[in-house]
Design a protein around this ligand. Structure first.
Ligand code: GDP
Ligand code: IMO
Ligand code: MG
Length: 421
């Protein structure tokens, strides 16, 4: 059994969905290992656009099996909607979609707790996707959570009611928060649980380990800088988004991990709050946002844009043990006269190339290296050698700095707009 991991090296939305779909055929199993419907993974082919939140991005490959691992948190309502969309598009999933019994469930009250917590934080809010991610992982680590396997138990409704009651007490006493839709939300949730029961629910750890010849791709959600331990805490998500998370979130031993494919945008984006050293507040930032269509796949919020940040990228490759790189959205930089890359920071009068503990952007000043841009439309180019000279210079500089080969260059959102070196 061989496992590769593909994950984001920035703040999410690096184009993971597109590349997992592109590589999907090479694997017989694709597994999501963390996160939940806070993710939005976009896949484009044959003129169609699909956005997945919980379902792995290998679902469009006929021969590939897909598993939602134990590390994922699932909202049965959002999951049902995802399945409905697949049905509408004639994408079959009955035989190739599996769900781990040990994955935790997001209850309607988890969503309310997420909202109430954000309201209470005011200006200091995380800018969460409001999908209930944080509260669900809190219940998991607090040993109170409901898991997919519990659906099969006769006492499931009782367990659901008991946890809901506990949440309502916190909502009332601590937050003075009440959601007027609770009754209806619960009805829909319980209805979705009924149809959820009919899916292929498996012991995920046995499922992935059952065959020696299994070739598995673990699909990350979010990005390294949103990792609960190594991200820009507290402005992070509540799971381990890094390569190590794949072991825990799928039941895979560390010695089975082969390649770690790290994916990054040719620039940086971030949704929600938190430090972003190379953020652009000028017309160039606006231009990148517009050309790159930088609006959240899950929440529709506009993504903050900025230049590529090498100290952060190098940090991410270190934490993940990245063996190969994928650069995406390089086409978005076409027509910019100058392209900048942050190579170091100035921090208390010193030039540094690491991420300091205190990620206070008032104390960190990016030091940039400037590159000349290009004007040629590159989206139809299929060979690396044919790319504009200045673009190749930019990529070669990055490879030399990061010391890891860039194996895939993505030049557009479509599956076809991908250059494999
Ligand atoms: P993910 O969360 O990492 O899967 O990324 P998202 O799907 O949230 O965001 C990436 C966005 O960029 C999507 O709209 C993709 O269709 C799009 N995209 C992916 N790769 C490229 C690329 O190389 N060029 C352009 N222009 N768009 C891309
Ligand atoms: P994909 O998989 C970008 C961000 C939120 C917020 C923080 C915490 O599509 O790359 P949460 O709802 O997880 O408690 O929010 O994390 N965030 C993402 N940003 N892409 C994502 O997923 C994200 N998932 C969460 O905006 O700042
Ligand atoms: Mg996304």
């Amino acid at each position: 059994m061989k496992v590769d991991v593909l994950l984001g090296l920035q703040w999410g939305d690096e184009g993971k969905g597109k590349i997992v779909d592109f590589l999907g055929k090479k694997y017989n199993i694709i597994g999501r290992f963390q996160g939940g419907p806070n993710a939005g993974h976009t896949i484009k082919f044959n003129g169609e656009t699909h956005v997945l939140h919980t379902i792995p991005s290998g679902i469009f490959q006929k021969k590939t099996k897909n598993i939602v691992g134990n590390g994922v948190v699932i909202d049965p309502i959002i999951f049902s909607k995802e399945l409905e969309k697949l049905n509408e598009n004639n994408i079959s999933f009955k035989k190739n979609l599996f769900i781990s019994r040990k994955a935790h469930l997001i209850l309607p009250t988890h969503r309310y707790l997420d909202a109430a917590s954000e309201i209470a934080k005011g200006k200091k809010k995380v800018g969460s996707t409001l999908k209930g991610i944080g509260p669900t992982y809190m219940d998991k680590t607090g040993r109170n959570g409901l898991r997919v396997g519990d659906i099969e138990s006769t006492s499931f409704t009782k367990k659901f009611q008991s946890l809901t009651k506990k949440h309502n007490e916190i909502l009332k006493k601590h937050y003075n928060y009440k959601n007027p839709n609770q009754k209806k939300d619960q009805e829909i949730w319980l209805k979705c649980i009924k149809s959820f029961k009919k899916l292929n629910i498996v012991d995920g750890e046995y499922f992935v380990n059952n065959k020696k010849e299994n070739k598995i791709l673990a699909e990350g959600a979010q990005g390294t800088l949103l990792d609960i331990d190594y991200g820009s805490y507290p402005f992070v998500t509540s799971s381990n988004t890094i390569a190590a998370g794949a072991c825990v979130g799928l039941g895979i031993a560390p010695n089975k991990i082969n390649n770690v494919i790290g994916i990054f945008k040719a620039y940086c984006t971030r949704v929600g709050s938190g430090p972003f050293a190379t953020e652009l507040f000028d017309h160039i930032g606006k231009k990148i946002q517009k050309t790159g269509n930088e609006f959240g796949s899950t929440t529709g919020r506009s993504r903050r844009c900025g230049w590529l940040d090498l100290p952060a990228l190098k940090y991410a490759t270190m934490i993940n043990g990245v063996t190969e790189l994928v650069i995406t959205k390089i086409d978005v930089l076409t027509n910019l006269k100058k392209i900048k890359v942050c190579t170091h920071y100035e921090y208390y009068g010193q030039k540094i190339n690491y991420l300091p503990y205190e990620l206070n952007t008032k104390k960190i000043t990016p030091i940039y290296k400037e590159f000349n841009g290009w004007k040629e439309n590159i989206t139809e180019i299929t060979k690396f050698e044919k790319l504009p000279k200045n673009l190749k210079k930019y990529i070669k500089f990055l490879e030399k700095e990061i010391k890891i080969p860039i194996k895939i260059v993505s030049v557009g959102p479509d599956r076809k707009e991908t250059i494999y070196r």
